[in-house]
Design a binder for this molecule. Structure first.
Ligand SMILES: Nc1ncnc2c1ncn2[C@@H]1O[C@H](COP(=O)(O)OP(=O)(O)OP(=O)(O)O)[C@@H](O)[C@H]1O
Ligand SMILES: [Mg+2]
Length: 480
């Protein structure tokens, strides 16, 4: 045994995050930690890593066992370069001076290992979120630890990057490294896990062997079966609520046109770099565009003006929620009310009580695990923070809601709750644009699917299409 934790108990004010958990790591195994959002997975990781000391219980490590952890929240310094981040606190020196050339060389080698082709001198803040995650992984790999803990590394990764990571993990396992792996993607667990410890409400409720069925995993983690994973309820579409016409930005996207009708969910699929997030950010006014137009319910939306877009009835749940969606130091209630606050002000007076009522209702509908509306959002588990951002926009009830990767890091049960709220919105005559790299999700929940490739619309597919058809369009090349 490389590492062995016994009877770990850990409470925060008001919550027992862990309650008598046993957990161990053997050399040459991938030990998955599975559980709903807020079940205690990240807390256990932090106890193993010594970030938190447990209230009760012990963690034992065999002598000389080094532990490397990739935490759920990224820990990179945005302003610094990729190379500087990779060697943060341990730069190679020559005669006491940081040896930049060697640092750059070392960085290149590390980036190659994870298959990331970026210039080591690039500032981390200029990278996409998946690329940042790969840098984080590269840094942890360089520590040559005997135990490697990965807390939801694949939440922001797409197919190829995930494949690469799982290959690297299998390699390390072959070299005798013990890996602890957290993910909400049950297919990944089926591919790589040697055993699965399931946490529910801070307790270990079972250890499953390799090959356990998805059904069994869900049953153990949520305590019930989920009959319908994609409960889309369609209705006849109404008027066009969102019209994007010929949207173009040099070097990013070209002549992008599509529309969404009242009552519709339109999916946007494509590979990383296809320009999906760029288009929706431009339509929402966060970024500029060069030509084309955006209309909401027939009214043109001014360019590069988020306030005007919100007034016009657009809402966007952004891909990078930590950075763009939440005020971490504020409370759950205030975050849920962030967009509604202005619109529900009566005669200049903010309707605080009404706002709290609605916030409470939403927190319940999404089953946000929190001690109350006054809890600071930064104390919530990763997935529960995601639910708060989504809840904030659902409460604002825009005419058109754009969801960019809405269920990243969200557990299987909570996904279904989010889908139900999407159904509720479309039933009420709203339009939803669903940008997602999760193919089963985009196919299962959309009434039509727009597929993008290389910054262009490659084609459109009807509901119930196949993954192969989506992929065929997603890899389409365009003549220069
Ligand atoms: N610093 C903290 N202060 C107060 N409560 C906390 C703190 N850290 C975690 N918690 C609470 O402990 C519980 C377990 O959280 P944890 O982050 O371990 O969940 P998780 O299983 O990792 O969930 P997710 O899948 O959403 O990442 C949650 O109720 C969370 O709100
Ligand atoms: Mg977590």
């Amino acid at each position: 045994m490389l590492l062995s934790a016994r009877n770990i108990t850990k409470s925060f004010t008001g919550v027992k995050a862990l309650d008598g958990v046993d957990f161990d790591v053997r050399p040459g195994e991938v030990h998955v930690l599975l559980g709903e959002n807020g079940a205690g997975k990240s807390t256990l990781v932090k106890v193993l890593a010594g970030v938190h000391s447990p209230d009760r219980g012990t963690v034992e490590r065999s002598a000389g066992t080094r532990l490397a952890v990739i935490h759920q929240e990224l820990t990179l310094v945005p302003r610094l370069s990729v190379a500087e981040n990779l060697y943060l606190g341990r730069p190679p020196r020559r005669f006491g001076i940081v040896d930049k050339a060697r640092m750059r060389q070392g960085a290149k080698r590390l980036l190659d290992r994870v298959g990331l082709s970026v210039d080591p001198d690039t500032a981390v803040e200029d990278l996409g979120i998946a690329q940042q995650q790969m840098v984080e992984i590269a840094r942890a790999l360089d520590l040559d630890a005997q135990v490697l803990v990965l807390d939801e590394p694949t939440a922001v990764l797409t197919g190829t990057e995930t494949d690469r990571l799982l290959d690297i993990m299998a390699d390390l396992r072959g070299q005798g490294v013990g890996l602890v792996f957290i993910t909400h993607h049950l297919d990944e667990i089926r591919r790589i896990a040697d055993r699965v410890t399931v946490l529910r409400d801070g307790r270990s409720v079972g250890v499953l062997p390799r090959g356990a069925s998805v059904r069994r995993m869900i049953e153990l983690m949520v305590g019930r079966t989920i009959s319908e994973q994609y409960p889309r309820r369609r209705q006849d579409p109404g008027e066009v609520l969102l019209k994007v016409d010929g949207l173009t930005r040099d070097g990013a996207f070209h002549d992008v046109s599509f529309h969404v009708r009242a009552g519709e969910v339109v999916g946007v699929a494509g590979l990383v770099g296809a320009g999906r997030t760029e288009v929706v950010r431009a339509a929402f006014g966060v970024d500029r565009y060069d030509s084309g137009r955006v209309e909401v319910a027939g009214e043109p939306v001014p360019r590069h003006d988020v306030r005007a877009a919100v007034r016009a009835g657009l809402g966007l749940v952004p891909e990078d929620r930590k950075g763009q969606g939440l005020v971490l130091t504020s409370t759950v209630g205030d975050n849920l009310g962030l967009v509604t606050l202005r619109s529900t002000a009566r005669a200049g007076l903010v309707d605080r009580r009404g706002q709290r009522e609605r916030a409470r209702g939403m927190a319940e509908a999404l089953r946000v695990k929190t001690s109350g509306l006054d809890q600071p959002v930064r104390e919530l588990s990763g997935g529960n923070q995601q639910k708060v951002v989504i809840g904030k926009w659902l409460l604002a009830d825009p005419k058109v809601l754009v969801l960019d990767e809405p269920t990243r890091g969200v557990d299987v049960g909570a996904k279904v709750e989010i889908y139900e709220l999407v159904n509720r919105m479309t039933a009420a005559g709203r339009a939803v644009l669903l940008v997602s790299s999760d193919l089963p999700e985009v196919i299962g929940m959309s009434d039509r699917i727009v597929v993008m490739a290389h910054g262009r619309v490659a084609g459109e597919l009807p509901a119930g299409t196949t993954q192969d058809k989506v992929m065929a369009l997603a890899v389409q090349e365009f003549p220069a």
